[in-house]
Design a protein around this ligand. Sequence first.
Ligand SMILES: Cc1cc2nc3c(=O)[nH]c(=O)nc-3n(C[C@H](O)[C@H](O)[C@H](O)COP(=O)(O)OP(=O)(O)OC[C@H]3O[C@@H](n4cnc5c(N)ncnc54)[C@H](O)[C@@H]3O)c2cc1C
Length: 339
Amino acid sequence: MIRETGFSLKKYNTFGVDVKTDVFIEFTSLAELKDIFENELLNKNQNFLVLGEGSNILFTKNFNGYVLKNSIKGVKIISEDKDSVEIKAGAGEHWDDLVNYCVEQNYWGIENLSLIPGTVGAAPIQNIGAYGAELKDVLVAVEGLSVAELKEMRISREEAKLAYRNSIFKNELKNKFIITHVILQLNKKGKPNLSYSGLSNYFKNTPVDKIDIGQIRKAVIEIRRSKLPDPAQLGNAGSFFKNPVVSDSIYNKLKSKYSNIVAFPVGDNRWKIPAGWLIENAGLKGIKIGDAGTYEKQALVIVNYGKSTGKEILELAKLIQKTVKEKFNIELEPEVNII
Ligand SMILES: Cc1cc2nc3c(=O)[nH]c(=O)nc-3n(C[C@H](O)[C@H](O)[C@H](O)COP(=O)(O)OP(=O)(O)OC[C@H]3O[C@@H](n4cnc5c(N)ncnc54)[C@H](O)[C@@H]3O)c2cc1C
């Protein structure tokens, strides 16, 4: 177990923001995690934050308390039959390593989620999703530590209330439950999910039955690399805001005013509007506050052009929210966890 004090988190958040935490502890097992709570946190009633790879976090100031870095590793098959396989992975595994392993084994279900940064344990927190797939399509359950009782618990997919970039872990169980393992069910006889137009376009000249799982992963990686900045080159946390969902009547009003508006039906007479479209059409693509700016190829991504502070990034995010609200009367909700 690694334990440091006055520790810089610059390398532990993909925005590359330079803040410090009072104490940083890296744990590699449930037993170590329990030990931290029993011997350090509970009797001192300390503030804590569980950290994966910091790819969905904006630190706006030094962290006054304990940052607990999850490094629980291991991937194993816990059951299988001729059609499917159940895999249990340690929460500290790198998500894309797990995807790569599953693709190599021909286990279908998470190939469209290739190259999403972060850990396996953080994937259920916001029900990661991309290219027509979401974690909830394959999640069976999570295991972890209930902080109040220091007891190991299992939470099923249904109990986890996974929804669009949301789950019970961001709400009722925030700071009350730490995920140590994730269990997924994958398909041995899957077929390509080309519901996302970018992917179906990519394969427009290939018959579906000729597309294998490795080709899907390759396509997703290529498309993602062409659109999103690599945090190793340019600090960012992916989409900063969720795509707002509005009623039919609001959408129709907007459509009559902005004929080029983009929107996708999500059922129940509701429409999802790309937040990137709203930001761009509010004239904010490419703007900057200090070293914080919106990404030139995708306005939904806020980037750190060098030495931006978390405060500047937050200031820019607030300016975007205010401008979009004034122009379209739509509230943008951050997807990134602001600390
Ligand atoms: C370039 C880029 C592209 C991205 N693209 C996508 C995308 O396509 N789709 C998508 O959904 N997301 C995307 N993201 C966001 C991010 O990759 C995911 O949210 C990812 O799951 C975060 O993982 P992490 O380990 O970095 O979590 P962190 O940022 O470390 O933590 C995120 C939150 O989860 C909590 N947490 C972390 N681990 C645990 C745990 N074990 N138990 C309890 N709480 C925990 C933290 O306290 C924090 O509140 C992108 C980010 C970047 C930088």
